[in-house]
Design a protein around this ligand. Sequence first.
Ligand code: MF3
Ligand code: CO
Ligand code: CO
Length: 270
Amino acid sequence: MTISIKDEQGIAGMRLAGRLASEVLDFLTPHVQAGITTNALDKLAHDYITQVQQAIPAPLNYAPNGYNPYPKSICTSINHQVCHGIPNDKALKKGDIVNIDITVIKNGWHGDTSRMFVVGDGSIAAKRLCAMTYEAMWHGIVKVKPGARLGDIGHAIQLFAEGLGFSIVREFCGHGIGQVFHEEPQVLHYGKPGTLEELRPGMTFTIEPMVNAGKKDIRETGDGWTIVTRDHSLSAQWEHTVLVTPTGYEVLTLSAGSPPLPSFVTTTSC
Ligand code: MF3
Ligand code: CO
Ligand code: CO
């Protein structure tokens, strides 16, 4: 396995791309309301990325092996949709939970981040799933340091989420990221401590657990992209892009509107 190591110039590029991706979510936040369509959110994001940020929305026309080109600039995954939901003309409604996943390319570098939004007053169960999935992501992030292994990250996320009675999606994972959108390594959100690749300073990858309220099983829908839970239970996901520093981690996808840290997290960079 060859995992790219970013030098200072690459890290600077990743910091900028990461902040911009997060700022797109900040920009969209006041618009995520009952009545807006996900196509309208897609257009707002597309115009902001291309015109204000002078950047490229990485999903648009993205076509990994075996996939048709992705037709939109953002992913919007609602309720039982797990990931890769394609924006459409349907309006959001009160009680929906929505993942918005943003990837921008700036000066050739990728920043990839997603957050959950609850439309109006969500149910207690929906809000809890979103909040706990955020914590699950952070349980993985705080494991990141040189000498730790990818299995340590996956194990921490799995232990926390399954301990709450939720399940972790297996078919999709975090990924190395840099000048390529999806590169090595795969970052599983489950696993055994002390296994898999050892982390080294300069690695950049995403941590993006998909957590289901019901069973872990998923299926792909007829559009070739959207993934849903088989049992139609709610699913949540959060994503950050992180850098392995000489002594720990630096979260790259932060901005003014990033949500507060969970109580067990002391810093975004160490
Ligand atoms: N942003 C997603 C991820 O976290 C990938 C989306 S690919 C797309 O890896 F084509 F659906 F946009
Ligand atoms: Co990602
Ligand atoms: Co993403």
